[in-house]
Design a protein. Structure first.
Length: 271
């Protein structure tokens, strides 16, 4: 049996719904062996309305983690999530180049729910340093608006223009996620762009606030499917189905947050 392997270079969400925790659950559900390189630790304060605190990992420690995986084991795909500082962005990019990694999924995380946006220089570093090395980028509306320098995106046409501008940075494929902020009828919509044409991806939309970790989960599903040898379009299709089921069966963790259900896609296939 061939074991496919994926690496997540991302943060730790102490509550378990997002970050590396979401990535590893998604990898496992899709039959891929997951490995980690921790970039930041995110803690939530239950005494202060679940305010998020972000603690970046030292660059030298991140490099040791990445070397463990890339030099010591090897991967079929890699994804990045919250990187936290420009130095961490630059290190991740250097390692991608050094090991000539293929199947690179960039989830350009700039904010975590309940916290302030990351520093503006990180957006510049993502745009100028990391995105040109990405196979697929998966920004949400806020991130796409910043990375494309279009500002607030309010329509599908805006999403298409943002996807084109991000592609022009060097990213091979772009998925701009509409999420709960933009809908067409009763559908949640994403825009997929391959450099030649646009495709609007529609799925059932749910009236819920239990979407913690949805972006991490979506990008991790793409990463897992690429590790298994699927095309980018196939990987995005599976990821769209995976996150739809995960949100359909999401749940309240406490009074502050509700994560997606990472086992829902597998269970839907069994029923």
């Amino acid at each position: 049996m061939t074991i496919r392997k994926a690496l997540t270079i991302a943060g730790s969400d102490t509550s378990g719904g997002a970050g590396q925790q979401a990535d590893l659950k998604t990898f496992q559900e899709l039959g891929v062996f997951g490995m980690t390189a921790l970039t930041v630790i995110v803690a939530q304060d239950p005494h202060n309305d679940w305010f998020h605190e972000v603690f970046p990992i030292d660059v030298a420690i991140l490099e040791k983690q990445i070397e463990t995986v890339l030099a010591g084991i090897g991967v079929d795909a890699v994804k990045t999530g919250m990187l936290g500082t420009t130095e961490l962005v630059e290190l991740a990019t250097r390692k991608i180049e050094q090991y000539q990694l293929k199947n690179v999924v960039v989830d350009p995380v700039m904010i975590c729910k309940g916290a302030e946006a990351l520093h503006p220089e990180i957006a510049i570093s993502l745009r100028e340093v990391l995105l040109p090395r990405a196979t697929v980028a998966t920004p949400n509306l806020f991130e796409a608006g910043i990375l494309s320098q279009l500002g607030v995106l309010t329509s599908v046409d805006d999403m298409k223009e943002a996807a084109k501008r991000i592609h022009d940075l060097g990213t091979a494929y772009v998925v701009v996620k509409g999420g709960s902020k933009l809908q067409v009828g009763n559908h949640a919509v994403d825009v997929f762009y391959d450099g030649q044409s646009f495709e609007v991806l529609e799925s059932e939309r749910f009236e819920t606030t239990f979407t913690h970790g949805a972006g991490c989960t979506f990008s991790a599903a793409i990463c897992a499917e690429l590790a298994k040898g699927n095309s980018v379009r196939e990987a995005v299709g599976v990821a769209k189905d995976f996150i739809t089921e995960a949100i359909r069966h999401s749940f309240a963790l406490n009074k502050y947050v509700g994560p997606t259900n990472h086992g829902a896609y597998r269970l839907s296939k069994q029923s």
